[in-house]
Design a protein around this ligand. Structure first.
Ligand code: GLV
Length: 305
């Protein structure tokens, strides 16, 4: 199956379409900011960050997610023949993003920016990078984080469902042994996807067992129980929360998170997909489909959830 009619949406739709015109001249493309029923009826394949919001039945032979997260598509799995996603340079970018958060903390860069606003010259002591980090999730994005931290001498423990060892991690624990995994954890980083199984999984049980830990969430917002996070910040089990993802985005203006002195908010920018990432993923998947090969970027709609 190699689709001949591809519908593109999302912020990268136009530049991806321009690049694909050269690489896949046999494919007709439509780019739409807001696809309508006619567009989805015409298309055999679709690519975007979100499932198109149109009334009536929608089904595609192939859907390519422009991002690494597929939660919006998994909800429509019965309407999708094949689902693939973009990885490209995202693991490396997520690794450097998380490293930047840790380095900012270690080198007091935010404190110096505040001191500068007050015209204060106030050197703070050197603070090393943490020696131990725990990453929730061990998929490709999580591995990018483990690689970046490992290169800076941080011992990285991963946590996944089965406890199966994953490359780039020093140790991996299964979720049922989360207490042991978190023992001595200085930084807890979540790269978990959104799914019914991960909803609120970063709960009091997880956050309450930490001690003066920095918590970083670059996975999905729905995985965090925010009242458990608030208590953890009050009790000091979490001393700093760096949150890039939220259950509702943009984060509501009324959220307590905005004004909390130990919370840093970034607007879901940890690892943005680039035009090159998406174009390469679509072109290689297209070539694999033409050869009858199961694309490595294929998402298991049964297992991913
Ligand atoms: C970002 O969150 C993505 O899904 O790529």
């Amino acid at each position: 199956m190699t689709p001949r009619r591809l519908l593109l949406s999302g912020r990268l739709g136009q530049p991806v379409a321009v690049a694909l015109a050269d690489l896949l001249p046999q494919v007709s493309v439509r780019v739409r900011e807001h696809p309508d029923s006619d567009d989805v009826g015409w298309a055999q394949a679709y690519t975007g960050f979100m499932w198109p919001q149109v009334p009536g039945p929608v089904a595609f032979e192939w859907v390519h997610a422009m991002g690494a997260g597929v939660d919006d598509f998994v909800d429509h799995s019965s309407q999708i023949g094949l689902l693939t996603r973009t990885i490209g340079g995202m693991p490396e970018r997520m690794g450097t993003f998380v490293l930047a958060l840790l380095l900012d903390h270690a080198h007091h860069l935010t404190a110096y920016a505040e001191a500068q606003r007050r015209r204060q010259w106030r050197p703070l002591g050197p603070a090393p990078l943490p020696s131990r980090a725990v990453v929730l999730g061990t998929g490709q994005i999580a591995s990018g984080i483990a690689r970046a931290l490992g290169l800076h001498g941080v011992h990285v423990t991963g946590v996944n469902r089965s406890g199966r060892l994953a490359s780039d991690f020093d140790t991996v624990y299964p979720w049922r042994d989360i207490d042991a995994a978190l023992d001595g954890c200085q930084v807890l980083i979540s790269a978990l996807p959104a799914s019914p199984a991960t909803k609120g999984i970063i709960s009091d049980t997880v956050l309450g067992s930490l001690r003066e830990t920095q918590f970083i969430n670059v996975g999905r917002g729905s995985t965090v129980d925010l009242s458990a996070l608030q208590s953890a910040l009050t009790r000091g089990s979490v001393v700093q929360a760096d949150l890039d993802v939220f259950e509702v985005e943009p984060l509501e203006a009324a959220s307590w998170l905005w004004a909390h002195p130990q919370v840093r908010i970034t607007p879901h920018v940890g690892a943005l997909s680039t035009v090159d990432d998406v174009v390469e993923a679509i072109a290689t998947t297209f070539a694999e489909l033409a050869r009858g090969v199961r694309p490595p970027l294929h998402v298991d709609l049964e297992g991913e959830g």
